[in-house]
Write a protein that binds this ligand. Structure first.
Ligand SMILES: Nc1ncnc2c1ncn2[C@@H]1O[C@H](COP(=O)(O)OP(=O)(O)OP(=O)(O)O)[C@@H](O)[C@H]1O
Ligand SMILES: [Mg+2]
Ligand SMILES: [Zn+2]
Length: 524
């Protein structure tokens, strides 16, 4: 018969209980000195050893030959408690026996002296589930407990207990177990089960379990079904974890301020049915880890990651100033909040990333980019000063083309010459907004011109051209244009400032122009 691991490896001695010395050392010490309380309260998060320690304690107070505070496990009482033949240890699940009558019965029984053992022990698990009436009935017994009775109350939700109960118990708080302790225990269990487990797999498992040994063992159980050797990959697959590479890639995009790349990764994940809120949470967790790497003395000990991921995360942490890390966490948390309140999750995720990629805080900006931005600004103001040369129909006349970087000489020149302002452009942007706020936001403040088969976009913000790098985004712009004008247009750039001529943000547009037979001088 197969027994699930967490039952099979339930510690039978305090010495085997890991990560709770504040409980086990104290209890052993009291037991050695024969100082036994009448009521114990075990609280703390799930799967950390409360029920386990209740059972050990029930045996320890009754064992015929206790060893250093631990039950011997071999005497007739220990064995009798294990196999249920000693009836003096009673386990009550308060979730299903929570009424006044249940506790009254218990009180009547408790008055009798134990049959075999020294103490009658009542383990009341999930004690927070008792009704008010049951609590009151229990309180009466706790106030004047018979000499031979020990109560052990266990709960994850101590705040639900009345203060009157709390004040009558000796309280023990069980802590979340550290990843390292969990990993060591997992390795021990694997050894007993003749299964190999990689160090980083054990650590990853421990991290997922988030302090709960039961969860760690349940997951280990599932992993064991998949092969003789447990690797990080098996753990990831079993736990349904996406690997971290996408988080690392998005973070790289944020560091490089490459919004197109960030949006592209999100689109890919979206098409793989990745839940956007989950992605947002994972990314927040990743930045929290970067924050820890930056602020904690020995971050490697507390961060659960493979060595490979860790070294990348470490580089990223170095590349970002603390206040940016904090700002990103802040933005992501706000995005998650909006998502839970019903905002379109994909749009929210995209907008947040575009925002994070475009908002460059002064001081943290790469001097090379700074130079480029300054040059761009000069080019733009030159563009504004040049007198109009196109046939404009509105008083809000567009600036004429400036040959900062003329990609293909004559043809491009001709296109610009024939360009007329495209007055419906704001409507197109609104049309785009219906399907993607992110893309639409990229075009805010831009203008457009029509010239033959071309629609030439003019924007002071590079983000606008970066968005067009991706064909699906170009398509959504083209579709919107078609909706409004009824015609298909090829998209082009109205002007090419020198400073960005080699930027691959332009590659897509250059390709478009080439496809249309415009010869593009890429060397320039
Ligand atoms: N501190 C620990 N040391 C070793 N194993 C542990 C520890 N805590 C939990 N376990 C493992 O997890 C299983 C479940 O633990 P236990 O039932 O004691 O948790 P609990 O704290 O009572 O959780 P819950 O609040 O969910 O009832 C045990 O059978 C054991 O295998
Ligand atoms: Mg329990
Ligand atoms: Zn014993």
């Amino acid at each position: 018969m197969y027994r699930v691991l967490y039952r099979k490896y339930r510690p039978r001695y305090f010495a085997d209980v890991i990560g709770q010395p504040q409980v086990t050392d104290t209890l052993k010490n009291e037991l050695r000195n024969d100082r036994i309380a009448h009521a114990y309260l075990f609280t703390g998060s799930r799967g950390t050893g409360k029920t386990t320690c209740s059972k050990i304690l029930a045996k320890a107070v009754n064992c015929l030959s206790p060893e250093n505070g631990d039950p011997c496990g071999r005497c007739e009482i220990c064995r009798g408690i294990d196999d249920g033949s000693v009836l003096d240890v009673v386990e009550i699940d308060a979730a299903s026996n929570n009424g006044v009558d249940d506790i009254r019965t218990l009180r009547e029984e408790a008055a009798f002296t134990p049959a075999n053992a020294k103490y009658r022990v009542y383990i009341i698990d999930e004690v927070h589930m008792l009704s008010i009436g049951a609590f009151n009935a229990l309180l009466k017994t706790l106030e004047e407990p018979p000499e031979h009775v020990v109560f052990i109350l266990a709960t994850t939700e101590v705040h639900k207990l009345p203060a009157t109960i709390l004040s009558r118990c000796q309280r023990f708080d069980f802590h979340r177990i550290s990843p390292k302790d969990i990993a060591d225990r997992l390795k021990y269990v694997c050894q007993c089960e003749n299964t190999e487990i990689d160090d980083n797999a054990a650590l990853l498992l421990a991290g997922i379990a988030d302090g709960a040994m039961r969860d760690a063992l349940s997951l280990l159980d599932q992993c064991m079904g998949k092969g003789d050797r447990i690797t990080e990959t098996i753990v990831r697959q079993t736990a349904g974890l996406a690997d971290k590479s996408h988080l690392i890639a998005i973070t790289d995009a944020i560091i490089k301020k490459d919004s197109a790349a960030a949006v592209e990764i999100v689109d890919q994940l979206y098409s793989q049915s990745k839940e956007m809120l989950r992605l947002c949470d994972e990314l927040t967790a990743h930045f929290r880890e970067l924050m820890l790497i930056k602020s904690v003395k020995k971050p490697r000990d507390i961060i659960v990651m493979s060595d490979e991921d860790y070294s990348k995360a470490n580089d990223q942490a170095l590349a970002l100033p603390m206040r940016e890390v904090v700002a990103v966490i802040d933005s992501l948390q706000r995005a998650a909040e909006k998502m839970t309140r019903g905002a379109n999750r994909r749009i929210e995720m995209e907008m947040t990333l575009v925002h994070l990629c475009t908002s460059v805080s002064p001081g943290s900006i790469d001097p090379a980019i700074e130079g480029r931005v300054a040059a761009l600004e000069r080019a733009v103001s030159a563009l504004k000063r040049t007198p109009a040369s196109v046939n404009t129909q509105t008083s809000n006349a567009p600036a004429p083309p400036v040959m900062v970087n003329k990609p293909s000489a004559d043809k491009m020149e001709e296109l610009r010459k024939n360009a007329v302002p495209f007055k419906e452009w704001p409507e197109v942007i609104e049309e785009i907004r219906k399907t993607s706020k992110t893309i639409a936001a990229g075009f805010d403040g831009s203008r457009a011109f029509l010239s033959g088969k071309y629609l030439l976009i003019d924007s002071q913000r590079e983000i606008c051209y970066e968005l067009l790098r991706k064909s699906s985004q170009r398509d959504s712009v083209r579709n919107a244009v078609k909706m409004i004008t009824g015609n298909d247009y090829k998209l082009g750039r109205y002007s090419y400032p020198d400073e960005v001529k080699s930027d691959d943000a332009l590659t897509g547009l250059i390709t478009d122009l080439k496809a249309a037979g415009v010869s593009v001088d890429e060397k320039r």
